[in-house]
Write a protein that binds this ligand. Structure first.
Ligand code: GLA
Length: 404
């Protein structure tokens, strides 16, 4: 008898709709989030002046108009906790306080992000949020924070689902729509369980500004662009509006060649990764400005359909990728991973594209498609062979529309 009652109780709990307080905020990342983060370039060398100047540069360079919105402070902003356990910013580096900084960023039409960690300490050894989750979320909300990157250092056997869900609920309880960016490095396959927990989840360890290297840091490694790309195998089906695979922050303008930077930006756009700039926005070469501001490429990342690209062909160093876009359009990318430029003579009619995930397909024998090169603006159509040179460590990226 008792057993039956328990079963009935369990069944009714399972059927109950999730309470409003136990949900992430909807509508915050209908398309992948775009912004900037301090870590890749500045690591712990950050202060409020850098954040203010970066916000100013974002507006002045037209990057805000291109879609970039978040100015994110990564690790090392922290001071100590006060007598009540409330976290405070480093008084030397952020003397005006976070509320004033958020006001400054908001006044420019941008949003402010911050960083914490599931453990007692962050990766940089600053105070983490363990045991202070609700208190910290409340503090961030009071400061006017709009984005939380939540790291996985010092996790010491903590259950990942529990740790990230706790912070999600803490944000909900603090009642401010804060985008929740999970930085768990893919250790516990967050793509399988986090669609209702965060707005994005890191799929890998940290990125490193190189094409195809592994950079050892002793107990862990950072990864070049090709290594990160290869770790996305099988993950496209888990991403969609409001919950994205995060391939880590961009390294455009951080030491790779122009072709590599263009390929990196194209790949992150094709796979719907968040576009979080990692370079110094206050000074950069024109070539870098052009890459990060290229609206035709950003539009592929921000396409409302939100379906990441499919690799439909691969041979040697060459890969063909296709991404279904809204309004029956497609993006098409040729990736040359190799060390030498690739002369391309591509007969569209030889390769139909079929995508089981989006249930979309295209057969170039049946209809002609018009294409525009997303980087150069050059145009053509699929009735003729595509003749191009794909640079070494580079891409050709096209947008296809039906019709000649
Ligand atoms: C981890 C994260 C990085 C960065 C650093 C900060 O390595 O994955 O993105 O936030 O911590 O210490």
């Amino acid at each position: 008898m008792k057993r039956t009652a328990n079963l009935i109780l369990a069944a009714s709990i399972a059927a109950a709709p999730a309470a409003a307080w136990a949900q992430k905020f909807d509508g915050l990342a209908a398309t992948p989030q775009m912004g900037w983060n301090s870590w890749n370039k500045f690591a712990c060398n950050i202060d409020e002046k850098l954040i203010r100047e970066t916000a100013d540069a974002m507006v002045k360079l037209g990057l805000k108009d291109a879609g970039y919105q978040y100015i994110n402070i990564d690790d090392c902003w922290h001071g100590t906790r006060d007598d009540h356990g409330d976290i405070r910013p480093d008084p030397q580096r952020f003397p005006s306080g976070m509320k004033a900084l958020a006001d400054y960023v908001h006044a420019r039409g941008l949003k402010l992000g911050i960083y914490s960690d599931v453990g007692d300490k962050t990766c940089g050894g600053r105070p983490g949020s363990r045991g202070h989750e609700y208190q910290d979320a409340k503090t961030y909300a009071a400061w006017g924070i709009d984005y939380l990157k939540y790291d996985w250092c010092e996790s010491k056997g903590i259950n990942a689902v529990g740790a990230y869900t706790t912070m999600r609920d803490a944000i909900r309880a603090a009642n401010r729509p804060i985008l929740f960016s999970m930085c768990e490095w893919g250790d516990n396959k967050p793509w399988e369980w986090a669609a209702d927990v965060g707005h994005s989840w890191r799929t890998t360890g940290d990125i490193y500004p190189c094409w195809d290297c592994e950079k050892s840091a002793g107990s862990w490694s950072a990864w070049g662009v090709m290594r990160i790309l290869d770790k996305q195998e099988g993950l496209r089906k888990y991403a969609g509006p409001g919950h994205w695979n995060d391939m880590d922050m961009l390294e455009v303008g951080m030491g790779m060649t122009e072709d590599e930077d263009r390929a990196h930006f194209s790949i992150w756009s094709m796979l719907n990764s968040p576009l979080i700039l990692g370079n110094d926005l206050r000074s950069m070469p024109d070539a870098v400005k052009k890459i990060i501001g290229r609206r035709e490429v950003i539009a592929i990342n921000q396409d409302p359909l939100g379906v990441p690209a499919l690799r439909f062909w691969r041979q040697g160093q060459v890969e063909l990728w296709a991404k279904p876009l809204a309004n029956d359009e497609w993006a098409f990318m040729v990736l040359n991973r190799g060390e030498t430029p690739l002369p391309l003579h591509y007969d569209w009619k030889q390769n139909a594209i079929a995508d089981d995930l989006s249930k979309r397909d295209v057969d170039f024998k049946q209809a002609t498609w018009h294409w525009t090169d997303a980087w150069t603006g050059k145009t053509g159509d699929t009735s003729r062979r595509l003749d191009a040179t794909v640079p070494a460590h580079g891409v050709v990226l096209l947008r296809l529309k039906k019709g000649a």
